[in-house]
Each structure stands twice: as structure tokens, then as C-alpha cells.
Design a binder for this molecule. Structure first.
Ligand code: GSY
Length: 158
């Protein structure tokens, strides 16, 4: 089994519902879900704010099999591919898999831009602080604000 982190983002329609359904579809491989952050769009045209989170998985899938799962989740979210970098109901990216380093034209792990994006690093730091350098996070692009927790993934009360 391999520890893997996916980044999920939505800035169209019922953003939280798209994230919830996607996390639910990942089933028992989900080990943890970060808080949800509302984030400024990074790149692309002028568009609405995103909700972003990171999911930690314990998976037996290969990177390519996991990529197919990401694409299935996106298709399941009424996603229509229109403008590149434009608004979307759901975007799912593989950010990190323990022990995996690969660079193929359609799949790079770790994600080629993960260290540039606050919407990835901030929630990743909540789940795996050892992967996130504080200075790199401070220099990363885009404002992020805490939005809340996905229903069913609230932190346990003390
Ligand atoms: O790469 C993921 C899609 N995406 C996002 C996103 O999820 N959040 C924010 N804040 N900006 C983004 N720009 C793109 S493209």
C-alpha cells in the first residue's frame, strides 16, 4: 500500500457538494481529509473563488490507475472541458505518492507545480507537515482562507 495525496478543487456550481461526492467516491482508501479552504484562482482567466482540499489515501493503485480514478471523478462531476485553466466543477490532481517519482507527458508525480501553489501546500501541511517547507509555503501563489470542514470529516472533539 502507498500513501498518496490528491488535491481537489471546485469553483463552479455547488462547490462543496462536488468535493463531498468525490471524496465519498474514493471509499475506504481515504485515510484523512484536510479542512476546506476558499482560495483565489491561480492562473487562467478571471473566474470565481475555488474551494480546495487535500485527501490522503492508502492505495494499492499504480500512479496511472490512480490518474484514471481522478479522471473518472472529474467526469462524474458534470465537468465539461472548456477553456484551459478555466472554471470547473471539479479538478482532481495527484500531488504526491510516497516513493514515486515519474515524469511522463501526461503524468508527473510529484505534481510539477505543487510547490508553487498555496491552495495545495496549505491543506497538505495540515495532513503531512513533513512534506511542506514553511518558507516555500510563504512564497507560494494565491491567498487561502479557512472555509470549514467537509461534512463527515470534522475533527474529533477533544
Ligand atoms: O489545478 C487545479 C485547478 N486550479 C485551481 C484550484 O484548484 N484552485 C485555485 N485556487 N486555483 C486554481 N487554478 C487552477 S488551474
Amino acid at each position: 500500500m502507498t500513501r498518496a495525496f490528491l488535491s481537489l478543487g471546485s469553483n463552479l456550481g455547488d462547490r462543496q457538494q462536488f468535493l463531498s461526492e468525490a471524496v465519498g467516491s474514493l471509499g475506504s482508501s481515504v485515510k484523512a481529509v484536510s479542512p476546506v479552504y476558499e482560495t483565489d484562482p491561480v492562473g487562467g482567466p478571471t473566474q470565481g473563488l475555488f474551494l480546495n482540499l487535500i485527501v490522503e489515501l492508502d492505495t494499492s493503485l499504480s500512479p496511472r490507475e490512480l490518474l484514471a480514478v481522478c479522471h473518472r471523478l472529474e467526469s462524474g462531476a458534470e465537468r465539461v472541458r472548456t477553456e484551459r485553466w478555466g472554471p470547473r466543477t471539479l479538478d482532481v490532481d495527484i500531488i504526491w505518492m510516497d516513493g514515486v517519482q515519474m515524469a511522463e507527458p501526461d503524468l508527473e508525480v510529484p505534481h510539477p507545480r505543487w510547490q508553487e501553489r498555496a491552495f495545495v501546500l496549505r491543506p497538505l501541511a495540515d495532513l503531512a507537515p513533513e512534506l511542506v517547507d514553511g518558507d516555500v509555503l510563504a512564497r507560494s501563489q494565491g491567498q487561502v482562507r479557512t472555509f470549514g470542514h467537509l461534512p463527515g470529516w470534522e475533527p474529533a472533539s477533544q
